[in-house]
Design a protein around this ligand. Structure first.
Ligand SMILES: *[C@@H]1O[C@H](CO)[C@@H](O)[C@H](O)[C@H]1NC(C)=O
Ligand SMILES: *[C@@H]1O[C@H](CO)[C@@H](O)[C@H](O)[C@H]1NC(C)=O
Ligand SMILES: *[C@@H]1O[C@H](CO)[C@@H](O)[C@H](O)[C@H]1NC(C)=O
Ligand SMILES: *[C@@H]1O[C@H](CO)[C@@H](O)[C@H](O)[C@H]1NC(C)=O
Ligand SMILES: *[C@@H]1O[C@H](CO)[C@@H](O)[C@H](O)[C@H]1NC(C)=O
Ligand SMILES: *[C@@H]1O[C@H](CO)[C@@H](O)[C@H](O)[C@H]1NC(C)=O
Ligand SMILES: *[C@@H]1O[C@H](CO)[C@@H](O)[C@H](O)[C@H]1NC(C)=O
Ligand SMILES: *[C@@H]1O[C@H](CO)[C@@H](O)[C@H](O)[C@H]1NC(C)=O
Ligand SMILES: *[C@@H]1O[C@H](CO)[C@@H](O)[C@H](O)[C@H]1NC(C)=O
Ligand SMILES: *[C@@H]1O[C@H](CO)[C@@H](O)[C@H](O)[C@H]1NC(C)=O
Ligand SMILES: *[C@@H]1O[C@H](CO)[C@@H](O)[C@H](O)[C@H]1NC(C)=O
Ligand SMILES: *[C@@H]1O[C@H](CO)[C@@H](O)[C@H](O)[C@H]1NC(C)=O
Length: 454
């Protein structure tokens, strides 16, 4: 019978609580006293806060109506706090250990504040916590190794000053997202994190001080979609099991000291969209497996020791938007089928040893904004097709052996989007000099203009 008398009130609360949270016999509801104590302890740990929580009035008995707090649904008169979202609330001070008293908490978001100091161990023992976001604070110190967040799914402590070794969250069988980027963690990257959960989709270790050889073991993270290890001090070669991660869409290894070749096994990662391996020590040829990477949009390998030519299969990569291979030791001609690369926006091949001419079908990349072919061994004239290169904003062709400056300027002067043009250290026949002096002897000019056949 108790049910039937509560039902109308329950429905009313359920459907209208967002509009008027006080409308349904507020006095009947209260939040659990241990939760209230935990919240009070948390506020006392802050230097300043503007939350408007009041532990002093009779209305304080229902903390569930306070800003940032959510409680369990249902008709129980005593509600438990299950969510605390105080992100971006200008909180200053430290995180009190009393938060550990919110033992039903499922979601805790304290991101985008100015919280400092160590995070109390109690926070890493909340048995129901599914989401922990402490990102964008000034928290520091060690994360206790004996942490136990058995229900955690999303773990984000990025953009703080934590140090020590990183947590592997052993026993967290539902872990899906793990982001410890932009801290001061050191030591090896422990792929033991892949042992506990089958559902890890994202691992971000970026911008720390991790060192040691690139570890084997990520192969156990079979559902991984993003692996980011960029901006650390990792050495060694890429282990084979990395190339079994068939769900991987983003691989960011930029800015380490990794060496060895890029294995042809990368063809197995057929869902790759974004590959960033710039600023490492990779050597050998770029594997000719791009026909298998049919989703690839971004491939950057700037500043490595790569040799050989452009892999012909790049022409089969019709989704490619960015190709950045500058500052390597690449050779051969720039002989891709640009008609097959309609989405290419950035092509950076500068600081290599490419030879031959500028491909006349480059303007078929009608979205191209940035083209940098500087500091190579390219010859010939700017193709007349460049008249149609209307999308082009940045064109760097400096330090090559191009000829016919007169024609180049005629072709380029009408490009409507061009804002940045570098042609220096080319045109070695003194053409600029001739142009300035008005030397227009057709025979003489024709001699120095050698049309370029690819
Ligand atoms: C609680 O209320 C009393 C009187 O209403 C007031 O004097 C006191 O400052 C309040 N304390 C806090 C912590 O708000
Ligand atoms: C935490 O709050 C911030 C700011 O509102 C939000 O951007 C972020 O997505 C939240 N974190 C999670 C894991 O939902
Ligand atoms: C934080 O709040 C400010 C103003 O209230 C807002 O402009 C900003 O977008 C918020 N930032 C995040 C990450 O939610
Ligand atoms: C971690 O917490 C869960 C749930 O509270 C518990 O069942 C488990 O025994 C704990 N594991 C360890 C290693 O303490
Ligand atoms: C973690 O938090 C940071 C800062 O709020 C955010 O930029 C980042 O996208 C988050 N990580 C994940 C994996 O959502
Ligand atoms: C780790 O962080 C703590 C707290 O900020 C600091 O006292 C300690 O010096 C740091 N350790 C190192 C090696 O940076
Ligand atoms: C993991 O998620 C499943 C499905 O949502 C759930 O049934 C299970 O209780 C969760 N396990 C833990 C330890 O939280
Ligand atoms: C993870 O599993 C591998 C075997 O697959 C094992 O060698 C390693 O010690 C485990 N790591 C942890 C931290 O459990
Ligand atoms: C790549 O896939 C092929 C077949 O699809 C398989 O035979 C091979 O073992 C895989 N290589 C790796 C390194 O996983
Ligand atoms: C790259 O390898 C060379 C030896 O081949 C070594 O001298 C150099 O220090 C390495 N550079 C980086 C950034 O690891
Ligand atoms: C490539 O550009 C030429 C010259 O503008 C044009 O005739 C041709 O149709 C283009 N081809 C493709 C596939 O866009
Ligand atoms: C420029 O494009 C027009 C039409 O798309 C085409 O007729 C013309 O041949 C092209 N010019 C050059 C130099 O490719």
């Amino acid at each position: 019978m108790g049910n039937s008398s509560e039902l109308p009130c329950f429905f009313f609360f359920f459907f209208f609580s967002l509009l008027s949270p006080h409308s349904c016999s507020q006095s009947q509801q209260s939040c659990d006293s241990s939760d209230l104590n935990a919240l009070q302890g948390f506020v006392e740990g802050l230097q300043s806060s503007d939350l408007g929580w009041s532990f002093n009035e009779s209305s304080s008995s229902n903390c569930c109506t306070w800003v940032g707090i959510s409680c369990d649904l249902g008709s129980a008169l005593v509600k438990r706090v299950i969510g605390l979202d105080l992100s971006n609330k200008s909180l200053k001070g430290s995180v009190s250990s009393s938060l550990g008293g919110l033992d039903q908490l499922k979601q805790l978001n304290l991101s985008y504040n100015s919280l400092r100091g160590q995070v109390p161990a109690e926070l890493f023992h909340l048995p129901h916590l599914e989401l922990l976001d402490l990102s964008m604070n000034m928290l520091s110190g060690l994360i206790p190794a004996e942490s136990n967040l058995s229900s955690i799914q999303v773990f984000n402590i990025s953009f703080n000053s934590f140090n020590g070794t990183h947590l592997i969250l052993a026993g967290s069988s539902n872990l899906s997202v793990y982001d410890v980027s932009s801290n001061s963690f050191w030591g090896p990257v422990d792929t033991g994190i892949c042992n506990s959960s089958d559902s890890i989709q994202l691992l971000r270790f970026s911008a720390n001080m991790f060192s040691g050889d690139f570890p084997a073991g990520f192969g156990n993270c079979g559902s991984l979609s993003e692996l980011s290890l960029n901006t650390n001090g990792l050495t060694g070669t890429l282990p084979d099991d990395l190339f079994t991660l068939s769900s991987l869409t983003k691989l960011n290894l930029q800015g380490n000291a990794l060496s060895g070749t890029v294995s042809t096994n990368i063809r197995n990662l057929s869902n790759l969209v974004h590959v960033e391996i710039s600023f490492n020590n990779f050597s050998g040829v770029i594997p000719d497996v791009f026909d298998s990477l049919s989703e690839l949009e971004y491939f950057a390998a700037f500043s490595n020791k790569l040799t050989g030519g452009l892999p012909p299969s790049l022409s089969n990569c019709s989704t490619l938007a960015l190709l950045i291979l500058g500052n390597n030791s690449l050779t051969g001609t720039i002989a891709l089928n640009f008609r097959a690369l309609p989405r290419l926006k950035h092509l950076i091949l500068a600081w290599n040893f490419f030879s031959g001419c500028i491909p006349p079908d480059l303007p078929n990349c009608t979205q191209m904004q940035r083209l940098n072919l500087g500091t190579n061994n390219l010859v010939g004239e700017i193709p007349s097709s460049f008249k149609n290169f209307t999308s082009l904003a940045i064109l760097w062709l400096s330090v090559n052996n191009f000829s016919n400056l007169f024609s180049a300027l005629q072709i380029l002067q009408s490009l409507p989007s061009l804002t940045d043009l570098a042609l220096f250290e080319n045109f070695h026949g003194g053409e600029l000099f001739q142009l300035i002096l008005g030397t227009t002897n057709p025979a003489e000019l024709a001699q120095s203009y050698r049309p370029c056949a690819l």
